[in-house]
Design a binder for this molecule. Sequence first.
Ligand code: ADP
Ligand code: MG
Length: 694
Amino acid sequence: DFETKQNVLTAWERSRKREHISYGKRTNMTIKEQRESLPVFKMREELVKAVRENQFLVIVGETGSGKTTQITQYLDEEGFAANGVIGCTQPRRVAAISVAKRVSDEMGCRVGEEVGYTIRFEDVTSPKTRVKYMTDGMLQREALIDTVMQKYSVIMLDEAHERTVATDVLFALLKKAALQRPDLKVIITSATLDAEKFSAYFMDCPIMKIPGKTFPVEVLYSQAPQMDYIESALDTVMGIHINEGEGDILVFLTGQEEIDTCCEVLYEKVQALGESIQQLLILPVYSALPSEVQSKIFEPTPKGTRKVIFATNIAETSITIDGIYYVVDPGFSKINTYNPRIGMEQLLVSPISRAQADQRKGRAGRTGPGKCFRLYTEAAYRDEMAANTTPEIQRQNLSNTILMLKAMGINDLLSFEFMDPPPRASMLSALEDLYHLQAIDDTGNLTKVGKQMTLFPMEPGLSKSLLTAVENACAEDMATIISMLSVQSIFYRPRDKSQDADNKKIRFNHPFGDHLTLLNVFNRWKESGYSKQFCENNYLHERHLKRARDVKNQLSQILRKLGLSLATCYGDMDLIRKTLVAGFFKNAAKRDSSEGYKTISDQTSVAIHPSSSLFGKEHEYVIYNNLILTSREYMSQVTAIDPHWLIESAPHYYKTGDGGNSRKKAKIIPLHNQFSRDQNSWRLSSLRQSKEKA
Ligand code: ADP
Ligand code: MG
């Protein structure tokens, strides 16, 4: 967790003080010189001309060539911002922030002035803003209010090769918008070679290639498949550090937890070797890292030291780190996959594609000839890896996306111009989810609740709970719970004080589960006057709590704008749980005689996650926020409920089975199988629905 990182970082700082610091050549360059040394600079005139002369343009260039930070500036310098903001989307939050900071440095302003960014629950722009970076999800949301993107003169869909759901939807929305607005410029940038496909989609528009200066990278494969890629990655890093020449190391791992463990273990290994080896700076990179820590990765490595960076696939293309000569690639990444069997999204560690592997390899050849250590065999690369990563839209839950499209008046989903259409089954199951949440009616049209749901930037289950809370006069409490759910875990557990941390955590536990526990923590923090000391005493991340407070303020603002009341029920635990059921009845599980729980909708075996406040408790019925698949399927954020609430909230989804007369023996069974058989015609009609709004 965070503590370990801080150790690593303090070590890093200490080492900086001790060493004689001589920075690399790059930083002695002025900003102007740096900008002019980027490959994209040589193409400046050509690029500007191409944007002037074409409505759509595809730009391809190696990561690090300057696409994201420079092209927006060129267009600004050429006066494009006179007719509207120059927007640039990023699939990742962190990239949007980090790039906006970099560009505002380069333009000599503060972030939020001429250059700003917008991510979910955070808008750092002003009326002065001419260059705006944002997540693709945020621009998609803007399309809800402004389908023709009136505010923008240019929109650059950056990192298009990532093919996130939001970028895919924006392809279609922007194509449509541009046809209505001849003055709108749309630029698609990509780090890989799928350019032809993008060009074909955007009316065969021109493709411009930025010549990159790359060096050869030698690839070394494992001789045999690795059992434990973490261990093998650490061994490889040590091997490089001891045996190879100068140059920093980049290791690709799948997530925060793994990265933290690796940093910690490697730190101890290096400490144990003491002065016998050259100094090694260890740095983590993933989305949840505070930005001031993240900016450290861009600082040049002091002479006589080596830097090793453990990163998620954020370092594949979104962020470029100079000075990397060695890449260690275990061949995995975590991807969000929709599991139609349980109707849930899951983050799964999966093998990467060959395209990703090559992208990772390329990171080693930016500064000089490099080496890439693939911790898998050549045969696995050749025969087992898929050539390309499947676009997210073909493997994710689409209920949120479909809800938004419907709110934009796009009802005819079958003829919506997706670059790669999602499978029909996943569209149907999304529609079914929305119908069950009463966001669409039985003709497939958005209901009043459905319309309101689209105004909240969160998954439909949560917005449904929040709107139900308005009716139940507990919106204030629910807004707190939802904002606590939308931030990183607030509890931390330092290794040397784990017992104390556990004891403190238990004191917050609510006997009915995690949602009420979260409410409890937030309210106690509030009562303490949002005190820092309170957080420290109780092993709570103050930063995450503050973010939750910001999110809550945003939700409150939206509610106020809608004229909805923010009443509190002062923690009435039954009312709050009942209200949660309104959004999450689908995620209900019943205790199973043998062990653990079984989901009611399809009898999947699940267990309460050990981090839950209900772990080891024996409630008959629970609901959960999501499932985490590790060694088994775990429910996370779990709350005990009364089964009758399921039928009260969702009589269209559950019914009482045999033996349901006496309260004690209630048996709840799902209606949904029957639903799918009977309602096929409904399902198709709501897909086809062609009553498009003007
Ligand atoms: P691309 O979008 O083509 O991958 P970028 O425009 O992101 O390239 O990056 C251009 C250069 O700017 C890279 O050499 C990168 O190292 C540098 N750079 C980008 N962001 C930062 C930052 N936050 N701090 C320091 N250097 C940065
Ligand atoms: Mg970029």
